[in-house]
Design a protein around this ligand. Structure first.
Ligand SMILES: [Zn+2]
Length: 288
């Protein structure tokens, strides 16, 4: 029989774990035949990745899951006529901007929120946030908000809803691997922290190739010189491992080997270095 091992480490109490009840809504409109990723399990993988990252601080749970066998309703008219062009990969920025179909924010968020009863579920505390999944040009923002007290995260606030509290909406692409969802979640964190603790966050997200950096941003790692520079092997002196707002922590020389030189490694590393006491802002929009 295994014996209990005494430990001096404090056990986290139930109260200290932030439970985040997630409603997953998928608008299934087919997928690119070249996509080899098994998207069926994406929401579970993202949840598991976030829980591994936040460890004892937060617990994401998918409490409700709905799949629509059609894409999300768009703001433009007769958008379905363009679907074959969209899914063949020949849909340009000019195309979606002129049609208001199948591009950034072209989905009709008020319809999506209403037809899934999101605000009723929010107001009765059955869910804390919603994750929409769609194909690559499904019309979503990566992250935005609705409800009383909502603010810009990575897309405009959805107005004219009856959500009684600030409510996070994620827009994930089910044709892409989970690192892209973590990327989008990172943008939500950037938006939340710029709203609540802009000074702290501006000291956290410093990137400076060959200089004194901290933890970087979603797009720029600590040694980054361009967007998505996750494979940069140039060394920089970073205090991310020992970060505080006054930068009195120890600096170490790091490059992309620290996170594995790819987006999944970088996003995992970056999210793991988010100070634990920020998660109550990120999930509950409040200081714990
Ligand atoms: Zn981005």
């Amino acid at each position: 029989m295994p014996t209990a091992t005494p430990t001096m480490k404090p056990t986290p109490t139930q109260e200290s774990i932030l439970l985040e009840k997630v409603f997953v809504v998928t608008y299934y409109g087919g997928h690119n035949p070249n996509s080899s990723f098994d998207y069926n399990n994406l929401a579970n993988i993202v949840t598991s990745d976030l829980n591994n990252i936040t460890k004892t601080k937060a617990n994401f749970q998918i409490v409700k899951n709905v799949t629509w066998q059609r894409p999300a309703t768009q703001n433009g008219t007769n958008c379905d006529q363009y679907l074959s062009k969209v899914q063949s990969g020949n849909w340009t920025t000019n195309d979606w901007q002129t049609t208001n179909c199948w591009g950034s924010g072209t989905a009709n968020y008020n319809t999506m929120l209403t037809e899934n009863n999101i605000c009723d579920l929010i107001n009765s505390n059955q869910i804390d946030e919603v994750w929409f999944f769609g194909f690559g040009n499904g019309g979503f923002w990566e992250a935005n908000m609705t409800g009383n007290g909502a603010f810009w995260t990575n897309g405009p606030i959805v107005n004219s809803t009856n959500c009684s509290k600030p409510t996070h909406i994620m827009g994930f692409n089910y044709e892409l691997t989970p690192d892209y969802a973590l990327h989008s979640f990172g943008h939500r964190i950037e938006g939340v922290m710029r709203n609540f603790l802009p000074n702290d966050f501006s000291q956290f997200n410093i990137f400076a190739p060959n200089g004194n950096s901290s933890c970087g941003t979603v797009h720029f790692p600590p040694n980054g010189t361009k967007d998505y520079d996750y494979a940069n092997s140039t060394f920089t002196n970073s205090d991310c491992e020992d970060w505080n707002i006054s930068h009195t922590g120890k600096r170490t020389s790091i490059n992309c080997n620290t996170w594995g030189c790819n987006q999944l490694g970088y996003m995992t590393w970056w999210l793991e270095h988010i100070p634990l006491n920020w998660w109550s802002y990120i999930l509950k929009n409040t200081k714990q």
